[in-house]
Design a protein around this ligand. Structure first.
Ligand SMILES: [Zn+2]
Length: 367
């Protein structure tokens, strides 16, 4: 019964939106884009074409419209996979781990490119939380250029729709509350070992602008210029990536934290200020010990914050924590709060029963 009511509300909602008279736009312009289903997926050069073809066909048959493929910036692999995904009828997005670049063989030759903590330790050899946290400094010209040129190379691959920035932020100053027990951590304030970037380039750029050093601030968490400086450093990378990707005829998308204020607080990421075509906030309720309705809350907050921008929002959902029935509820929460689609993490976690729910939802949208 509950399902039916939800579906009815959505259908009625869409219908009434279409009925609003708009004399200034043509019918084609007001026709809403269909709600979109994306899936993030990893890849490996060793895996056979036939396995990819099967996977792409299964995803398409299950209602997925777009895949975000992580090839570890391997453009040869991306060029091999893209035509197969396109043949299956999927849109392709080139997923890059942007500021966090684990095992990057070029970057590893330049220890000075890595972000430095308030303790003075570099991510080059002292990694916060996990060994794969190997963050680049967003200010130093060479590390910034490295990330941007990798982004540009991906944008040159024929057939892709967007370059999709992931880890486009600083390392977590606060971990999601649901993950703290796993790391046996208590985080009630900004701890120096998780606070970045205090490298010489960041410190001197900030000093030049504000005539004070972040190294001598009594409580850096309370200094708003220092916070804003770092938000701006990430914004600057995104805005430049936007120009370079658009120059290749592609668009820019990103995986981001649940909503702007939360992203700002946890990872110094203020995505409602960015020049970007679409954001896919990772609204992973279980990471924050929240319930399914929080997916609607976080989606609605982000949608409101983007009201005056040309940035679409598609809600990211964490499939391992969603039963097929919960997935249905989560999709409806996202849709009811203004998302243009949902992105599912990840393709490998999608069970046939999840895909059945998506196919069913799509059928009901088309009725
Ligand atoms: Zn730095």
């Amino acid at each position: 019964m509950f399902k039916k009511i939800c579906l009815l509300i959505v259908v009625v909602g869409m219908f009434s939106c279409n009925q609003v008279p708009n004399t200034e736009k043509t019918e084609a312009e007001v026709a809403p884009e269909p709600f979109k289903y994306w899936a993030w997926m990893g890849s490996s050069a060793d895996r056979a074409d036939s396995l990819y073809i099967d996977q792409f066909e299964q995803l398409k048959a299950g209602g997925i419209d777009a895949v975000l493929i992580n090839t570890n910036t391997d453009t040869t692999l991306l060029s091999r996979l893209t035509p197969m995904a396109l043949d299956a009828g999927l849109e392709v997005h080139a997923w890059i781990m942007a500021m966090n670049r684990p095992g990057d063989t070029v970057a590893l030759k330049h220890p000075e490119w890595y972000a430095v903590s308030r303790e003075g330790k570099s991510c080059f050899d002292t990694r916060p939380y996990v060994d794969y946290y190997q963050w680049m400094c967003p200010t130093r010209a060479e590390s910034r250029e490295h990330v941007l040129s990798l982004t540009e190379d991906l944008a040159k691959v024929d057939g892709i729709t967007s370059v999709h920035l992931d880890y486009i932020r600083y390392s977590d100053i606060f971990l999601p509350i649901g993950l703290l027990p796993k790391y046996d951590l208590v985080q009630e304030e900004e701890l120096p070992e998780f606070d970045f970037c205090y490298c010489e380039v960041c410190v001197s750029a900030f000093e030049k602008e504000h005539h004070k050093s972040p190294l001598v601030l009594k409580d850096p968490a309370l200094d708003l210029e220092w916070k804003q400086f770092r938000l701006n450093r990430i914004k600057s990378v995104v805005d430049e990536a936007y120009e370079r990707v658009h120059a290749q005829g592609k668009i820019l998308t990103a995986a981001v934290f649940p909503y702007p204020e939360m992203a700002d607080h946890m990872v110094r990421q203020r995505w409602d200020k960015w020049k970007i075509d679409a954001v896919l906030p990772m609204v992973y309720h279980n990471f924050y010990n929240e319930e399914i309705d929080w997916i609607g809350y976080a989606t609605g907050q982000g949608v409101k914050d983007l009201e005056t921008k040309n940035t679409q929002l598609h809600t990211g959902l964490f499939i391992p924590s969603l039963s097929p029935e919960e997935l249905r509820m989560a999709v409806l929460e996202a849709k009811d709060h203004g998302a243009k689609g949902v992105a599912l993490f990840d393709a490998g976690a999608l069970k046939p029963a999840h895909l059945e729910v998506i196919s069913e939802l799509k059928r009901s949208e088309q009725e």
